[in-house]
Design a protein around this ligand. Structure first.
Ligand SMILES: Nc1ncnc2c1ncn2[C@@H]1O[C@H](COP(=O)(O)OP(=O)(O)OP(=O)(O)O)[C@@H](O)[C@H]1O
Length: 372
């Protein structure tokens, strides 16, 4: 039940509003792409075009390389699931799931037998005879998923399917999607504005902004190597540190951070994730390069006059949020540098207060820089 899906130069206008602008994106067979973006960025419009519910103003939709742009939704063989389950209230659970097969002319007993298999898959086998009004919200969404899967779709299209569920139920649905991916290997397009959901469920994330794809990349890559500050922010990145790239490193109040070899020299913005930065003891984190003193910390490489694995600054904010806290530190600028504040995510609540001295280091990752 799995196919590849491609959008080629898809554009959509509503009146004078350009809602999608030259979207090209391929979703390989059995993979899951998340369309992530703010409200109004065009995610649902692209999904409706994939489903055949909307004709694009321009461009082509391909399933397994075949142009399906002119095919209507009925013949597109896609399974859809929305934020609300949209079950038929007068049909039992099993008949809701069997509905498409019945419409396709299958005998009732056969359609129901197949529907029960999908209900088992979503762990609702014993609810087959219930009416939708007798289900919880989470159960209704499972039925909606079973109904979408029972169509044996070539492409599964999910539009904010879990956003009305509470956190616990959402986690259960994530487990269910994992197990369905393992068993049926469907090709999935997931529309979401929840970056965590995108990261948990998808293989790749396509970031949409004002109808354009800003970047499409594997989940880890897009978090650590955002193509622009806009992508970094949409993925929840909080840090943008201006500086200069020279001799294989980015130089800023954060210190000398090694960068990939192909990083262009000159002014550049370093975007370390708040989860990748670490608080260090102030003594160990003393910054030496621009202050002209030598490192005393044992883990500083004495053979590298430029090596200094950290910076120092002053805590400006500590914001606890349960298991983690966000600590903001204003870094000491070197000569000619402007001060910059970075956010660091730490476990628990540190014994720090605004005004305290703190050291900051980038742990174990190569810096990622985009030109300024
Ligand atoms: N049928 C339509 N006619 C006119 N404008 C439309 C139509 N459908 C969508 N739009 C507009 O297109 C833009 C993108 O809408 P879309 O629903 O694709 O965004 P979205 O990213 O899915 O947003 P949300 O997260 O709020 O669902 C919005 O400005 C919306 O008002």
């Amino acid at each position: 039940m799995s196919s590849s899906l491609s959008f080629e130069s898809i554009s959509q206008r509503f009146g004078t509003e350009q809602v999608l602008d030259d979207i090209t994106l391929t979703v390989p067979e059995s993979s899951c792409v998340a369309l992530l973006g703010a409200s109004g960025s065009g995610k649902s419009t692209l999904l409706r075009i994939a489903a055949g519910l909307l004709d694009p103003t321009a461009g082509t939709v391909l399933i397994d390389g075949e142009d399906v742009t002119a095919l209507d939704a009925e013949h597109r063989e896609s399974g859809l699931m929305f934020q609300r389950p949209l079950l038929f209230p007068h049909l039992s659970v099993v008949d809701n799931v069997a509905f498409a097969a019945r419409m396709a002319g299958r005998p009732k007993a056969e359609a129901r037998r197949q529907a029960r298999e999908y209900l088992e898959l979503v762990q609702l086998g014993e609810f087959a005879r219930r009416m939708p009004g007798e289900l919880s919200g989470g159960q209704e969404q499972r039925v909606a998923l079973a109904r979408a899967l029972a169509r044996q779709p070539r492409i599964l299209l999910l539009d904010e399917p879990f956003s009305s569920l509470d956190l616990r139920l959402r986690e259960d649905m994530y487990d269910l999607i994992d197990s369905i991916r393992e068993q049926l290997r469907p090709t999935i397009v997931l529309v979401t504005h929840d970056r965590r959901e995108a990261a948990v469920l998808a293989d790749t994330i396509a970031v949409l902004d004002h109808g354009r794809i800003l970047q499409h990349a594997p989940v880890a890559q897009i978090h650590h190597q955002p193509a622009s500050p806009a992508v970094n922010r949409i993925l929840g990145g909080l840090n943008e540190v201006p500086g200069v790239v020279r001799a294989g490193a980015h130089h800023s109040p954060l210190g000398r951070i090694p960068v990939p070899q192909d990083t262009p020299e000159g002014r550049g913005l370093l975007m370390p994730r708040q989860e990748s930065l670490q608080l260090t003891t102030e003594a160990a984190a003393t910054r030496h390069e621009t202050h002209g003193t030598r490192a005393t910390a044992s883990w500083n490489d004495p053979n590298d006059a430029d090596a200094h694995p950290g910076a120092r600054g002053t805590v400006t904010q500590v914001r606890p949020s349960g298991a983690h806290s966000l600590v903001r530190v204003e870094l000491e600028p070197g000569p000619g540098e402007a001060p910059v504040t970075v956010a660091i995510e730490v476990t628990g609540t540190p014994a720090l207060r605004p005004g305290d001295a703190a050291g900051v280091a980038l742990g174990g990752v190569v810096g990622w820089v985009v030109p300024l």
